[in-house]
Design a protein around this ligand. Structure first.
Ligand SMILES: Cc1cc2nc3c(=O)[nH]c(=O)nc-3n(C[C@H](O)[C@H](O)[C@H](O)COP(=O)(O)OP(=O)(O)OC[C@H]3O[C@@H](n4cnc5c(N)ncnc54)[C@H](O)[C@@H]3O)c2cc1C
Length: 232
């Protein structure tokens, strides 16, 4: 049985979440999109349909996986959102610091997530640092965030436009956005961003999105995993 995610919300990092706002997504839509080629339609999945989904995935017949939709509401640090919005196949709308006051929530990693970066591009390994350096990093981030937000709030208070005052906000500040995406594009995102090579923070968000895919389209999800986590 697929997992049922309480209140369709998964908490991520210290102030973030992935919430499935709505979805029109099931495995049957994949099967019916494929079978329309033969003027056939099913009301319920059976074993042969599961085989069909595995075949479509394996042979990279991607378009039947596009007739569905996941609408996510996400709260993440700005640097995670920047990575996320590189994924062009999908629709985004984001919180605006022109029109609304910036949040004072900032990302402070857990001590075990403070890491060093060893090696070269394409072959980095990330290693834990000493407890002292981890704590120092967390304290320096907090101090910097405090200073940035104090300056931001003062400038806005003095009448500087929010669109300009936001220049002082660090990329560790939280933002919110909606992301609507179909399963094909979602699998591409999960394939790239839940991978070991992806940055740890966006990986946690991709893991959350992956759980929603598994919940709503379990046969598709199993076929994706069986195909080596490469989307069609
Ligand atoms: C580990 C990692 C490191 C990265 N590092 C960097 C970096 O240093 N610098 C950087 O700029 N980006 C970086 N990226 C972002 C990366 O280059 C992609 O922009 C991002 O992963 C989106 O992937 P995508 O194009 O497959 O997804 P989408 O944009 O959602 O596109 C989905 C698919 O649609 C097709 N498609 C979409 N647009 C086009 C097009 N114009 N032409 C042809 N086919 C298209 C492709 O098949 C594509 O895979 C990184 C990504 C990862 C995962």
């Amino acid at each position: 049985m697929p997992e049922v995610i309480p209140e369709s919300t998964i908490r991520v990092l210290d102030h973030g979440f992935v919430r499935l706002d709505d979805a029109m997504a099931d495995d049957l839509s994949v099967v019916n999109a494929a079978r329309v080629s033969f003027a056939r339609r099913k009301e319920e999945m059976d074993e042969s349909d599961e085989g069909l989904i595995r075949f479509l995935m394996r042979d990279r017949h991607g378009t039947p996986f596009e007739h569905n939709s996941f609408r996510f509401h996400i709260r993440s640090p700005i640097f995670v959102a920047r990575e996320w919005m590189r994924h062009r196949v999908g629709s985004f709308n984001e919180f605006s610091m022109r029109y609304a006051k910036a949040t004072d929530d900032f990302y402070v990693p857990e001590a075990e997530d403070v890491r060093s970066q060893v090696g070269k591009p394409g072959a980095y390994t990330f290693e834990t640092v000493s407890p002292e350096l981890a704590e120092q990093t967390r304290e320096e981030l907090r101090a910097l965030y405090d200073a940035a937000y104090t300056t931001y709030a003062r400038l806005v208070e003095q009448g500087v436009a929010r669109e300009l005052a936001r220049s002082v906000m660090p990329v560790g500040a939280y933002t919110e956005f909606y992301w609507t995406v179909n399963a094909r594009s979602l699998m591409n995102f999960v394939s790239l961003r839940a991978a070991e090579t992806a940055q740890r923070e966006i990986r946690r968000y991709a893991d959350a999105c992956e759980r929603f895919l598994a919940e709503r389209m379990p046969v598709t999800y199993d076929a994706f995993v069986a195909a080596g986590r490469v989307g069609p």
